[in-house]
Design a protein. Structure first.
Length: 465
């Protein structure tokens, strides 16, 4: 949802630096420094650009790169806490996460314009503490043709560097979902969901070893599905382990609590539980309902209070959204941060914590999606070519959303989920690889590929002192 223009009465402060030769970088640095100077007394207060318009001759992707440089400079400003809220940019207009803008003390308006052979940028800084505009800044630069061409390059080669595959393991063809969790003893556990059972594995002597199995006896009515699908939830709440399963062939989900060294079945629910979050000092399950026998979810999000090991179905309520192939909820410190889904037209939609649509991707995406809490979203590609796929990684920290990395994968992504491997956080992807006479199935773990840290002189010595 785009932010709406706000009318102010304001005092004009004009700062003009007609400097030539360093183009966009100089333009971004000058306006960022000028805005930072106006916020030098705003210690630990939040500031954010909440409206960005491009009326210059720069293309949208060039304007986005300019915005990124400005943001990186503002994030380095001392004192003020700068938050990036932009989630999309189309047709010269930025789209921002309005649900997160309510906490911003200093909203900023940014505008690119064309002035003869120069590109200018203006910034207006408003104080919600003083309820008035505190500064208006302007600067302009000559941006050479060559620099504009560099700005307009679509792919610099950086997008392949972000995530790396850490491990690949053989998987079964009927795998519906996969989850990882660290138990109360600090041991990593791996949960494999199949139509009729859940298998739990641990790492013993560096190998995945089966520890136990949970049978799933589904009650009637039973809806045969050409492609069975399901989602698995596993987490600790108040030091008790809970497990939940929902599928597209059984209208009631199953729920379990870990007691006496085994999973004891509890009352199920009429929706598929996906996440536990805190809302108004209460714990809620967030979930959705499969359309029975189909490979997609209905057009509602379900919110149900959860206390004392019970889902309080009499108090649950629903939020209307679109029908969708996949959905996940991004949380931070158990608070809902944003909602992400792929609808039946293969549009990736970003919703704020108020469940209002903030933006929809122009490019079509695949039906698989997962959120790594408060950090990243991974989405598969929309492709009709069997055996080839791509993963798109969106950075979503601080309620913004930005496509940063993409990676080709050998196979078709059947589902994505967040998780860990040997305490490393990342994404698991379940792939189908077509072969001449059959398909192979693999589980791959993808981790953020952090740059190597330089060694201190002491750590590089041999033998020590």
């Amino acid at each position: 949802m785009k932010t709406k223009p706000v009318a102010f009465f304001f005092v004009l402060i004009c700062l003009i630096y007609p400097v030539f030769g360093e183009g966009i970088d100089r333009l971004a640095g000058t306006i960022a420094d000028a805005v930072g100077e106006s916020l030098k007394d705003a210690f630990q207060k939040k500031a954010s650009i909440i409206r960005f318009e491009n009326f210059s001759e720069l293309t949208d992707q060039s304007a986005v790169k300019f915005y990124q440089i400005v943001v990186s400079r503002l994030e380095r400003q001392t004192g003020v806490q700068f938050i990036d809220l932009m989630i999309n940019f189309n047709n010269g207009q930025g789209e921002f996460n309005e649900s997160a803008a309510g906490d911003i003390s200093y909203p900023i308006y940014l505008k690119l314009i064309r002035n003869m052979d120069k590109i200018g940028v203006g910034a207006v800084v408003f104080s919600r503490i003083q309820d008035r505009i505190i500064a208006l800044k302007y600067t302009e630069e000559t941006v050479p043709k060559g620099e504009r061409e560099i700005l307009d390059v679509q792919q610099y080669g950086f997008m392949e560097l972000g995530f790396a595959r850490v491990i690949e393991i053989d998987a079964e063809p009927q795998l519906l979902d996969f989850r990882t969790i660290t138990d109360l003893q600090g041991e990593e556990r791996f949960y494999f969901l199949y139509p009729d059972k859940i298998e739990v594995f641990g790492i013993i002597q560096n190998r995945l070893t089966k520890l136990l199995s949970v049978d799933l006896d589904w009650e009637r009515p039973y809806y045969p599905a050409i492609k069975p699908e399901g989602k698995l939830f596993v987490a600790y709440h108040n030091n008790e382990g809970y497990l939940a399963v929902g599928t597209n062939f059984a209208p009631l989900s199953k729920m379990f609590r870990f007691e006496e060294l085994q999973w004891q079945e509890l009352d199920g629910t009429d929706f598929t539980p996906i996440r536990l979050v805190d809302i108004n000092q209460e714990t809620y399950f967030l979930g959705a309902r499969y359309e029975m026998g189909k490979n997609y979810f209905q057009d509602k999000i379900v919110l149900a209070p959860f206390a004392d090991g019970k889902v309080q179905t009499q108090r649950q309520y629903e939020k209307q959204i679109s029908f969708h192939y996949s959905i996940d909820f991004s949380t931070r410190d158990n608070q809902l941060n944003s909602v992400h889904l792929v609808d039946l037209d293969y549009n990736y939609r970003f919703l704020g914590a108020d469940f209002e649509i903030a933006t929809t991707d122009v490019a079509r995406r695949g039906s698989s999606l997962a959120a790594l809490d408060g950090q990243w979203i991974a989405v598969s590609a929309y492709t009709e070519a069997p055996g080839s796929d791509k993963l798109f990684f969106y950075k979503i920290d601080n309620s913004a959303r930005q496509l940063v990395y993409e990676k080709s994968v050998d196979g078709s992504a059947r589902f994505l989920t967040n998780g860990t491997w040997k305490s490393m956080e990342g994404f698991w992807v379940y792939l189908e690889k077509p072969m001449p006479y059959r398909s192979e199935y693999k589980l791959q773990f993808w981790q953020k590929n952090e740059p190597a840290q330089p060694q201190s002189p002491a750590s590089g010595k041999e033998g020590g002192e």
